[in-house]
Design a protein around this ligand. Structure first.
Ligand code: NAD
Ligand code: DAU
Length: 354
């Protein structure tokens, strides 16, 4: 039986991943180690919290003793490291915590896994693997043409992407130095249920429903490659099961859209399904993000050719599934946008969001 340590499982992608795995495999055990920062929410997992195959542990991935004890107690066969500070704007305001969690935390996990799994020089227990959930932002920004492949040089621009790149380099170093069994996945922008509303899609949906201004950084012509979160979860599972040890796999939606297109799609949905007063008049172009990457676009041919993965959810379907979910879970949105979120919103956008 596989025994997973999933870190950051109370966040957006981690919570979707845990539910996907429990739904897919019956003979599985998952321990979710999460510090429950502002982005981690136990409510995201309330429907599976009593599942006997699932255990929640509150704690820091950088806590040496805690992670060591968890390896002793549960004898994990796999680690999937989602835990991170994940928001670019926050990294611009306060980079240090990104180094602590994303770099030092990852190195602690690598060390503890290596200690527990090593059985001889460069030899590890059968079937064990560490998957580092990374991001396309490590490649920097594209111009009008081309796509990020796994061979694209690393060129991060924000403190967030610099910290993720640094973590990737430690994972690579563990493979190069110790033959540590690992993979790195680099995915494009995810969308779907349970995303914290500091990120573009849930933020704009929430504001649009309340007829608040919709902040677009700069021109709004920046491009992201959007992937439905469940498709990302499937790709991570596949990489964990079948990925060649030591390899990097890009994951993308083959779905490049400008920010303006995304915002206008949300306005149209809210107008038709929530509030007919919602219109493009709510759009407000605000000061651009510092160091704003212009375009991300993923070449996902390696994971397609080697592992048979392709995005399954067309954007037109995924965005409706997503916005329907937020519409039907207004209480969740209200809970996560109360308290500290209001201070964050005021700092970023100059007014409260109540
Ligand atoms: P998120 O911010 O929603 O969740 C992060 C989770 O990590 C939270 O539950 C938080 O409590 C937890 N956490 C933070 N610091 C911790 C610590 N020190 N110890 C333990 N837990 C801690 O993030 P997300 O959007 O779900 O992203 C998950 C991972 O996927 C991140 O590593 C991110 O870099 C990567 N990623 C995200 C996207 C995206 O579009 N959201 C795309 C590609 C890759
Ligand atoms: O590409 C993968 C990355 O996608 C992940 O590694 C990150 O963890 C995740 O946060 C996401 O980063 P982005 O910076 O692309 O996502 P965000 O939702 O913050 O912004 C998407 C785009 O929208 C970006 O160009 C900035 C813009 N934006 C964002 C916000 C919050 C706005 O124009 N206005 C806003 O209010």
């Amino acid at each position: 039986m596989k025994r997973y340590l999933v870190t950051g499982g109370c966040g957006f992608i981690g919570s979707n991943f845990i539910k996907y795995m429990l739904g897919k495999y019956s003979d599985i055990n998952i321990v979710n180690l999460d510090l429950c920062t502002y982005a981690g929410n136990l409510e995201n997992l309330s429907d599976i919290e009593n599942d006997k195959r699932y255990t929640f542990v509150k704690g820091d991935i950088g806590d040496e003793k805690l992670v060591k004890d968890l390896f002793q107690k549960y004898d994990f066969t796999n680690v999937i490291n989602f835990a991170a500070e994940s928001h670019v704007d926050r990294s611009i305001k306060n980079p240090e915590i990104f180094v602590k969690t994303n770099v030092l935390g990852t190195v602690n996990l690598l060390q503890r896994a290596k200690e527990h799994w090593l059985i001889g020089e460069d030899k590890y227990k059968d079937g064990v693997k560490f998957v580092q959930v990374s991001t396309d932002e490590v490649y920097g920004s594209l111009g009008e043409d081309g796509l990020f492949s796994e061979k694209t040089p690393l060129d991060p621009h924000s403190p967030y992407s610099a910290s993720k790149t640094s973590a990737d380099l430690f994972v690579k170093a563990f493979y190069d130095t110790y033959k540590f069994p690992c993979n790195i996945t680099r995915c494009s922008n995810n969308y779907g249920p349970y995303q914290f509303p500091e990120k573009l899609i849930p933020l704009v949906f929430n504001n649009a429903c309340n007829l608040k201004t919709l902040p677009i950084y700069g021109t709004g012509l920046q491009i992201r490659d959007w992937l439905y979160v469940l498709d990302h979860c499937k790709a991570i599972d596949l990489v964990c099961e079948k990925g060649r040890i030591g390899e990097v796999y890009n994951i993308g939606g083959n779905n490049e859209k400008t920010n303006l297109f995304i915002v206008k799609s949300i306005i149209s949905y809210v107008h038709d399904n929530v509030n007919t007063e919602c219109s493009e008049a709510l759009i407000k172009h605000v000061e651009d993000r510092k160091g704003h990457d212009l375009r991300y676009g993923i070449d996902a041919s390696k994971i397609k050719n080697e592992l048979g993965w392709e995005p399954e959810t067309p954007f037109e379907k995924g965005i409706v599934l997503t916005l329907d979910w937020y519409k039907n879970n207004k209480k969740w949105l209200k809970n996560v946008t109360s308290g500290a979120y209001q201070n964050y919103y005021q700092m970023m956008y100059g007014d409260k969001n109540e």
